[in-house]
Design a protein around this ligand. Structure first.
Ligand code: NDP
Ligand code: MG
Length: 385
């Protein structure tokens, strides 16, 4: 029996993790669940999974009426709910599946309490980088951080199949998002509704827009750098529209190991939850004969400048990756609120990096300060657009 606390339980990743838990009731017990403001969805989850604690991070106690049949549960509110679920409620694993940099304090709190972190929240790693990795070393030969992001789960699985041999290169695949075949002119007039129609994956709104702008892949390059201790030039992004090859790793002898499967997040979520075992997920199987073709190509740096910015930020070092993430979060949110054109997301991130990309990030406090400064700078840039 593994006990798991889920942060961001009502989201795309959180609900799929609960589907896995429901498939294997004797293997997983859920001790804590958090949502931000979707109280009714959380109430239904609490009824089904009966955690010790439940929290609404975006609400105050006086804003919510807890249903009478759920008052046995320990209810928490605001930011404290996130930290309580990460740190105070006993468990083996904490699945960090909230969206945005708010996941960073949760990851650090979970590690501070000795929990294993199952990490969907890539923003925490992009912003926290080395500080997060230092908190996540192996303990007694067991990992304390397992990636949930599908590409990184794929790389992780390939590396485990390599018997400790070092790799030469990571080949990080990308679907290309909703706008893969858009012209520059079409990108300039792209709408939110268009950005939200991802060809292969059904995900939360922020990451779906990130996929369309390819800032998702930019974040993933940085995520791979930290998870696998890779130099930037060891990571190559490859467009693969079918999303069947979830990523690949190349070795000294020229051999390439890949992890394949249907584009279904339940597979990498279940891999992290049951690690090192493999369990049923309910995901569909790939019919390779019906699929016919798998295509691969390079990213177009003119239409999708985001990926290049990730490499620049990695080479710049310091807090540049934290700045990239914060500016992107602000610009992504402004685009979703209707206050920014699609192609301006990249302009805002590039402008913010140019102005304050050189700030330091040696301590966690500096990371939070840089994050706040980058958000202020990005908002200033957006006001002038
Ligand atoms: P969703 O938007 O679907 O869900 C986000 C979850 O976090 C919800 O439970 C939401 O609560 C909660 N939440 C939102 N804002 C806050 C906040 N400020 N503080 C605390 N909790 C908050 O996101 P996804 O599930 O798509 O993504 C979650 C993370 O996983 C992201 O970092 C994403 O990049 C990563 N990821 C997602 C993939 C996917 O397939 N979806 C694939 C790979 C990575 P409420 O419902 O109440 O708003
Ligand atoms: Mg991914």
């Amino acid at each position: 029996m593994r006990t798991i606390n889920i942060l961001g339980a009502t989201g795309s990743i959180g609900t799929q993790a609960l589907q896995i838990a429901a498939l294997h009731p004797r293997r997983f017990r859920i001790n804590a669940l958090t949502a931000h403001r979707q109280a009714d969805a959380l109430f239904a989850q609490v009824r089904q999974f009966r955690p010790l604690m439940a929290g609404l991070t975006g609400m105050r106690a006086d804003q919510v009426e807890i249903p009478e049949d759920l008052r046995w549960c320990d209810w928490r509110f605001g930011q404290e709910a996130l930290l309580c679920a990460a740190r105070d409620i006993p468990c083996d694993d904490v699945l960090v599946s909230v969206v945005g940099m708010i996941g960073l304090p949760a990851v650090m709190a979970a590690r501070g309490a000795g929990r294993r972190v199952l990490l969907a929240n890539k923003e925490a790693l992009v912003a926290g980088g080395q500080i997060v990795m230092e908190a996540c070393g192996d303990e007694d030969g067991s990992p304390t951080l397992i990636p949930v992001d599908s590409e990184h789960s794929a790389i992780y699985q390939c590396l485990r199949a390599a018997n400790g041999n070092p790799y030469d290169r990571i080949l990080l695949t990308a679907s290309g998002g909703a706008f893969r075949d858009y012209t520059l002119e079409q990108l300039e007039n792209a709408t939110l509704a268009q950005a939200l129609t991802h060809p292969n994956w059904s995900m939360g709104a922020k990451i779906t827009v990130d996929s369309a702008s390819m800032f998702n892949k930019a974040l993933e390059v940085i995520e791979a750098r930290w998870l696998f201790d890779a130099r930037p030039e060891q990571i190559r992004v490859i467009i693969h529209p079918q999303s069947i090859v979830h990523s690949m790793v190349e070795f000294a002898d020229g051999a390439v190991l890949a992890q394949l499967g249907a584009p279904d997040m339940r597979v990498p979520i279940a891999y992290a939850m049951a690690y090192p075992e493999r369990i049923a997920t309910g995901a569909p199987r790939v019919d390779f004969a019906a699929l016919g073709t798998c295509a691969f190509s390079d990213v177009d740096p003119v239409r999708f400048p985001a990926v290049g910015m990730a490499y620049e930020a990695l080479r710049a070092g310091g807090a540049a990756c934290c700045v990239l993430n914060a500016a992107n979060e602000e610009a992504n949110a402004r685009f979703r609120a209707g206050g920014l054109r699609f192609t301006q997301i990249g302009d805002v991130v590039a402008g913010t990096l140019q102005r304050i990309g050189g700030l330091p990030a040696h301590t966690i406090e500096q990371v939070y300060e840089t994050d706040a400064a980058a958000r202020r700078e990005a908002r200033l840039i957006m006001e002038k657009l």
